[in-house]
Design a protein around this ligand. Structure first.
Ligand SMILES: *Cc1c(COP(=O)(O)O)cnc(C)c1O
Length: 370
């Protein structure tokens, strides 16, 4: 699905040198590499504050912990996402309210969110799934009207750009009150281990987030609130700082591959190629098709027999997972149900050459012509 070796080889000298520098400096936690990466990432995203942490799940958890929520408060989250987004809500004693998404973009909408708002609703976590932004302007308007916090789960869309109605553009993660991302190795900006970050333009929230990520300390050995221990280490920061300089070219490589898939697969009538939102760029964390003839699982098997990896993100709606059933009101969400049966993601990374893409497309077409 991804080729992390190929990507490393193209930057090997630079990355090896940076890692050695960390080891020789013995600044393993914090220090200049982490500071430099935070500065460069905040410039890249156009956000005031970047707080680094240990992984994307922690980023979401620390964000929720900063909002002074109470047990039983409701947080709205799409049901078609990775479990981490809802997991942290439940872990903190809050209630995840799982809602549907749109069939074309796989993202949720302000209308779907509005229908789920109750007097207990305190926050919304839109997920920019597979690499493009949720339609954020109506969500921010809705949040203002109902006095809700918006935390963007930007683990899959770092670098995607959202265009507001007046034409202004913002990178995802810097639109809501707080944005979160993951540097898991296979993410678009991936570390060589775990990592995550939190973004905000709000000085007070930034102070709280930083404090919570560091055992609730505002000053060493003075603990104001209960926090967690969540840090990005210097070796990961060194790798990420280098890869950040190449992130836009990585996105370009992904977009070229996506266009190739589009051009060669759009003729297959049983397939729906990924939609492009009119107000967001797409950084193609995943290239996800919908198989419309009920043969998604057979396609996956056929590709596997031909040595082509593929993945199902996500095969089971969150509310049908054992751990989340207790938060479910018993009503199926129609689009999430359909997508769980129809989606399939093809190999997508920065090192896909024409030869590989051609082979994959040929095999996909062969399956539908059999
Ligand atoms: C990867 C991912 C996360 C979690 O990130 P980790 O670094 O693995 O904790 C959260 N949400 C979404 C949508 C993700 O894709």
């Amino acid at each position: 699905m991804v080729d992390l070796k190929g990507q490393y080889q193209s930057l090997q000298t630079e990355i090896d040198t940076a890692i050695l520098e960390v080891i020789r400096s013995a600044y393993f936690i914090g220090g200049p590499k982490v500071a430099s990466f935070k500065k460069n990432l905040s410039d890249y995203l156009g956000v005031k504050h970047v707080i680094t942490c240990a992984n994307g799940t922690d980023a979401l958890q620390i964000s929720l912990m900063s909002l002074n929520l109470n047990a039983g408060d409701e947080v709205i989250v799409p049901a078609f996402t990775y479990a981490a987004t809802a997991e942290v809500i439940g872990l903190l004693g809050l209630s995840p309210v799982m809602i549907d998404v749109k069939e074309d973009t796989f993202n949720t909408t302000a209308e779907l969110i509005e229908a789920a708002i109750t007097p207990k609703t305190k926050a919304i976590i839109p997920v920019h799934l597979f690499g493009q932004s949720t339609d954020m302007q109506p969500i921010m308007d809705l949040a203002k009207k109902h006095n809700l916090y918006v935390i963007e789960d930007n683990a899959q869309a770092i670098g995607a750009e959202y265009t507001f109605a007046d034409g202004t553009k913002k990178k995802t993660g810097g639109i809501g009150h707080i944005g979160c991302t993951s540097f898991y190795p296979s993410k678009n900006l991936g570390a060589y281990g775990d990592g995550g970050a939190i973004f905000t333009n709000d000085d007070d929230l930034a102070f709280k987030l930083q404090k919570i990520a560091n055992h609730g300390q505002s000053e060493r050995y003075f603990h104001d609130v209960l926090g967690v221990n969540s840090r990005l280490d210097a070796i990961q920061a060194a790798v990420l700082d280098i890869k950040l300089q190449h992130l836009d070219s990585y996105h370009h490589a992904r977009q070229v591959a996506a266009t190739y898939y589009d051009e060669h697969l759009s003729e297959v009538s049983q397939l729906q190629i990924p939609a492009r939102a009119s107000n967001s760029s797409h950084v193609f964390h995943q290239y996800t098709l919908c198989v419309k003839n009920g043969k998604r699982n057979e396609l996956k098997e056929f590709l596997q027999e031909n040595g082509i990896p593929s993945m199902i993100y996500y095969p089971v709606p969150l509310y049908k997972q054992k751990a989340y059933a207790k938060y479910w009101n018993g009503k199926e969400l129609p689009v999430t149900e359909v997508l769980s049966d129809e989606v399939i993601s093809l190999p997508m990374h920065t090192e896909l050459d024409k030869e590989t893409l051609r082979f994959i497309c040929e095999k996909v077409k062969e399956f539908f012509c059999k």
